[in-house]
Write a protein that binds this ligand. Sequence first.
Ligand SMILES: Cc1cc2nc3c(=O)[nH]c(=O)nc-3n(C[C@H](O)[C@H](O)[C@H](O)COP(=O)(O)OP(=O)(O)OC[C@H]3O[C@@H](n4cnc5c(N)ncnc54)[C@H](O)[C@@H]3O)c2cc1C
Length: 285
Amino acid sequence: MATLPPIPRIPGGGETPSISSLPIEQIDFGWDRGFWKRWEPGEKGAWKRLNHFIAGPVSIYGTSRDFPALEDGVSHLSPHLHFGEISPRSILAMNPPEPFVRQLVWREFAFYLLYHFPQTTDEPLRNKFKSFPWVYNEKHLKAWQGGKTGYPIVDAGMRELWQTGWMHNRVRMIVGSFLVKDLMIHWLEGARWFWDTLVDADLPNNTFGWQWIAGCGADAAPYFRIFNPVLQSQKFDPEGTYIKRYCPELIHLSPSEIHQPRSPIVDHNEARDRALAAFEKTKEK
Ligand SMILES: Cc1cc2nc3c(=O)[nH]c(=O)nc-3n(C[C@H](O)[C@H](O)[C@H](O)COP(=O)(O)OP(=O)(O)OC[C@H]3O[C@@H](n4cnc5c(N)ncnc54)[C@H](O)[C@@H]3O)c2cc1C
């Protein structure tokens, strides 16, 4: 694939101007906690992360990218990209393998979509979803936000988000599907929570991600594709390593036990039938 070379850091050349401010290390963000351990804000940190990722982990990205327990399974470049600390062109210029380039292309697609359909931050791209009978249930929403749904993989993801400001992409899809399909809560509630809590919160990518998972966006997952949180967990976190990192109360459970729901707020099979019935009605309209 022919790629454009990166443009100079400052159009026309030159150095990044320095501004006088407190060095970032002196601001108490909680460096020893959460995402700050992974993310060193600034251009230098962005290049350090990219060089580390390109030097090794990227070679197995095609398979490693779906396993949230792997520390280097994905690049963790999202906050750097969001804040403009590194550009997609600079990343492409390092010739990463195709599966990784594909993700950067999704990012471009999300930006184009938002440019051409700016209303999609608040409205579904597909009109028929305007009449979808979303349910507002404060208790369920709070349980989801706080990682207390009773589904271990969903709870681990929501706690990773709260504790670190970041969540693995596979788990974003699982928790997103749980909110909009199992709980039938409007995708905008999810998008708003992510917006408030993600360190990489990004209007095009967040809008695109939520509309995709709700089935109401461009090239979206069809509404009837409903992630089963137990099967997803067994497939992508087989030993329960990721779950145990964020749900220490489950640390004593074996791989065969850990994926099962405990005091779940909804029954997945019943919830699935309810969501499908609501979708059928929307289709008829
Ligand atoms: C419901 C939902 C909400 C999301 N909200 C955001 C958000 O607010 N900000 C954000 O940057 N990403 C968002 N994503 C996309 C994706 O989850 C993150 O970009 C990714 O997890 C960031 O981690 P990474 O940098 O290690 O990704 P990698 O897998 O290493 O990918 C490299 C880069 O490619 C881009 N990318 C990867 N996957 C996607 C995707 N599905 N869509 C668009 N771009 C992608 C990102 O810029 C990412 O940094 C969301 C996904 C879902 C399902």
